[in-house]
Design a protein around this ligand. Structure first.
Ligand code: NAP
Length: 511
């Protein structure tokens, strides 16, 4: 499967400058959870590969998001690779520094660091038909050539900051949760937080005691169930050093999460059901926490969602409601009309003096996966192809883009279980496609358009009745104009594993 540099140069587009680095079988873009997972799979199967990483460290989203309180809402024994389980997690819900440490440790132990080119921002990837190779260019003017490209950049990395009228006139500092400025002292300041999603509910409790006043601007209240986080005891950590104990704990957590799946995919009616298959139990928990933690009926009413639980990502926290209830915090539910140099004006005419604005407004999830310009067969542009909603086959391959694999691609996200399971399945699938290419001595694999179409029809039909589509909310899972759910996997994780554990070559055109 190796390509010669002569072969690659023959098809290089005119005008390409800069040094060309030695060729590899596979270029991976991004050294986060999924990029490292694919790299480990490639190494085991004897492929040569290189990882191009924009930043100076591994970790992806767990390197970038450092806001106070940043943590995972999936238990640590499950939020790790199955083939690199850690005995020493310090608590049930791991915090950002511990996850980042896990990934750094993994990259070091598996000798992946030597394959990573850090501080290397990819500016484009282009399929060169004449040679059957990909040419990848970087901001530094480098040119990399490989038989295949794995995009492991993820969907949650382009911070979304709303274009509020007058925002550019604001005199104080602003920041987004994903680019937290730790040098900014919030003590004694009047702070506005815009957004009440997964990130905001984690950092609001951490900053509320420092600030003079916190104005929280909420557009839609989230459903929040209690977070039963506990530190692991020394005994638990010791037991987890025994492989059977580690696996038992992991399997138990996996099936606990998997058992919630039906509630999401069966639709909102099921949430009113008996509480075992549906989300009714979660709703009871959420309502009871709200009642207990927010005695003020007016505030409680503002915090009560009016859509089916599970429609937006279900959040977990036990300290968010107490933080919002503090005397120095106010919850604003009127829309934002404009920003003035020292205040925010809401649609009801109220003026909110602020010194700092923090955006907890999430990510541009519909464009993140195509943030790197990718040109496929015949000049096809990936971003344009996905303009009315991203689509891929098994979340991984796209017709018109031979030998191109997307990690955490369209409709491979989960609302109910650990994303690491999906990452491992996808990585295995991509590597099995490449292994099949090598076995069959072909230059390219490209998913057949009819296979991709039929699969996506099934995906959308399966999502139709789900709580994500029929639960009465709009979410970042959906394309803004078409409302199509482009991010979530509509079935069980086992079904995804079944479909991806080995590549079926009849789904592909071999070149
Ligand atoms: P998010 O869940 O998308 O929340 C964004 C918040 O900003 C929502 O409350 C949204 O309101 C609000 N918002 C967006 N645009 C607005 C505007 N123009 N005006 C007013 N409000 C606006 O983003 P996030 O909290 O950063 O989290 C993103 C994702 O990252 C999560 O859902 C999750 O997948 C991941 N994450 C995971 C963890 C974890 O533990 N695994 C932790 C943090 C983050 P609406 O609801 O009305 O749109």
């Amino acid at each position: 499967m190796s390509v010669s540099s002569q072969e690659a140069r023959a098809g290089a587009p005119a005008g390409t400058t800069g040094p060309e680095l030695g060729q590899v079988d596979v270029l991976i873009i991004g050294a986060g959870f999924s990029g490292l997972c694919v790299a480990r799979g490639l190494r085991r199967r004897g492929f040569s590969f290189r990882i191009l990483e924009r930043a100076g460290d591994v970790g992806g989203t767990w390197r970038d998001n450092t806001y106070p309180g940043c943590a995972c809402d999936i238990p640590s024994p499950l939020y790790s690779y199955s083939f690199a389980q850690r005995a020493g997690w310090t608590r049930l819900f791991p915090r950002q520094p511990e996850i980042l440490d896990y990934l750094r440790d993994f990259a070091r132990r598996r000798r992946l660091l030597e394959h990573i080119r850090f501080d290397t921002e990819v500016t484009g990837a282009r399929w060169v038909e004449a040679t059957g190779t990909w040419e990848v260019t970087t901001a530094a003017g480098e040119r990399h050539v490989a038989r295949a490209v794995v995009s492991a950049i993820g969907a949650l990395h382009v911070p979304a900051t709303p274009r509020l009228p007058g925002l550019d006139t604001f005199a104080g500092p602003t920041m987004h949760s994903a680019t937290w400025d730790h040098g900014l002292d919030l003590r004694g300041k009047r702070v506005a937080v815009i957004g009440t999603g997964a990130s905001a509910i984690q950092f609001v409790p951490r900053i509320v005691d420092q600030v003079e006043h916190l104005s929280l601007f909420q557009r839609t209240p989230p459903w929040i169930v209690p977070k039963r986080d506990v530190p692991f005891t020394g005994r638990q950590r010791l037991l987890r050093r025994l492989a059977p104990c580690r696996w038992y704990g992991r399997a138990r957590l996996f099936w606990m999460h998997e058992s919630r799946r039906k509630g999401f995919t069966a639709g909102p009616e099921d949430a009113q059901g008996d509480g075992t298959a549906g989300l009714a139990a979660a709703e009871r928990l959420a309502r009871s926490q709200l009642r207990r933690q927010v005695p003020d009926p007016q505030l409680r009413a503002k915090l009560t969602p009016d859509y089916a639980i599970g429609c937006k990502r279900l959040l977990i926290s036990s300290d968010y409601y107490p933080a919002v209830s503090r005397a120095n915090a106010t919850l604003e539910t009127a829309g934002i009309r404009e920003v003035l140099p020292d205040r925010i004006v809401t649609e009801d005419g109220a003026q909110h003096p602020v010194d700092v604005i923090i955006f907890g407004t999430g990510f541009d999830t519909q464009h993140g996966l195509a943030a790197v310009p990718v040109t496929g067969r015949g000049g096809l542009d990936l971003a344009r192809r996905w303009v009315s909603g991203m689509e891929a086959y098994l979340g991984t391959t796209v017709s018109g883009f031979p030998n191109y694999f997307v990690m955490m691609g369209p409709n491979s996200g989960l609302g109910h279980n650990s994303q690491i399971f999906m990452i491992e399945a996808q990585a295995r699938y991509a590597v099995s496609c490449l292994a099949a290419m090598r076995r069959r001595r072909v230059r390219s694999v490209e998913v057949r358009p009819e296979v991709e179409r039929e699969y996506n029809t099934w995906v959308q039909r399966s999502l139709d009745g789900s709580v994500w589509q029929a639960g009465g909310c709009r979410s970042w899972y959906q394309h803004a104009e078409t409302g199509r759910n482009t991010l979530l996997w509509p079935s069980s994780t086992i079904e995804f594993w079944r479909r991806t554990h080995r590549a079926r070559l009849s789904d592909y055109r071999l070149g």
